[in-house]
Design a protein around this ligand. Structure first.
Ligand code: HEM
Length: 245
């Protein structure tokens, strides 16, 4: 223990800013915790649950987007290890926002009808977090296609014989991210039909069944096509193609 540690008064708050202590000042908890409707404003107490899930989703997606932006830059700089590490973080962010959809299962479908009356035409379809993920996912997809073209990467060959290479790790981190977005959509679709039902309209006028089709949207289609190619050219390929001889 050095002198500085002995003499330091840890109860002293040393940061500038609003809040009763350094934690509140650094984390801006005063602002953060004032962003939900107050008990006297709500039409139903579960608005808190509903807002917390949405608002925390926006925060995780803010982080995931930041990681994707840097991952795209690192890929363009040919720094594959950093790209993979950042993509892995972005994917974990998606896992977390998918998990928290579970909380929506505790909404009563009938109570939610009351809550819907105060949402206006507001919908997660306008989520800034999700919009930024879609924009950056597409940018990353373009960076990946440019990389594959410029470096002459044969994706099928990569998967057949170079499974321990940095390029293979990159491809797997990309597909992981793509799949995580789809899995969020699956969970969101199943959750929303549990809460509001099938073939009804959302607060923004979209029929719920349209969302089922979005599940197949992909950022990196070549990595999905590749799987089909491997099946078609693999030992069982002829069965897949329906050839009898
Ligand atoms: C009870 C909870 C929820 C219900 C009933 C619900 C319902 C819906 C509906 C009906 C749509 C179609 C657009 C429209 O509103 O007309 C939609 C779209 C969407 N919602 Fe939700 N939602 C819920 C929770 C969430 C949460 C927590 C998020 C996270 C931000 C979210 C994000 C989205 C996104 C991104 C779309 C666009 C479609 C897509 O990209 O798949 N929703 N939602």
């Amino acid at each position: 223990m050095n002198n500085d540690q002995v003499l330091r008064d840890y109860s002293e708050q040393i940061l500038d800013g609003d809040g009763g202590n350094d934690y509140e000042r650094y984390m801006h908890t005063g602002t953060l915790l004032s962003l939900q409707r107050r008990p006297e404003e709500v039409v139903h107490r579960d608005e808190l649950l509903f807002q917390v899930v949405h608002q925390s989703t926006e925060l995780w997606l803010k982080l995931a987007h930041a990681e994707l932006v840097t991952a795209t830059d690192r890929l363009r700089a040919r720094d594959l290890d950093a790209t993979v590490a950042l993509l892995t973080r972005a994917s974990l962010g998606l896992v977390l926002v998918t998990e928290q959809l579970e909380m929506m299962h505790h909404l009563s479908p009938w109570d939610f009808q009351t809550m819907r009356t105060v949402l206006g035409h507001g919908s997660g379809a306008d989520s800034p977090g999700w919009r930024s993920i879609h924009r950056q996912g597409n940018a990353l997809g373009r960076a990946f296609t440019d990389y594959v073209t410029a470096e002459g990467v044969d994706l099928a060959e990569l998967y057949r014989s170079q499974v321990h290479s940095p390029q293979h790790r990159l491809a797997e981190a990309m597909i992981e991210f793509d799949e995580r977005v789809s899995l969020w959509r699956v969970r969101h679709y199943k959750m929303l039909t549990r809460v509001i039902g099938n073939e009804v309209f959302g607060t923004q006028g979209t029929r719920t069944d349209v969302l089922a089709r979005l599940i197949e949207d992909r950022f990196f289609p070549e990595l999905w096509r590749l799987r089909t190619e491997l099946t078609e050219t693999g030992p069982m390929g002829r069965y897949h193609l329906g050839t009898s001889s």
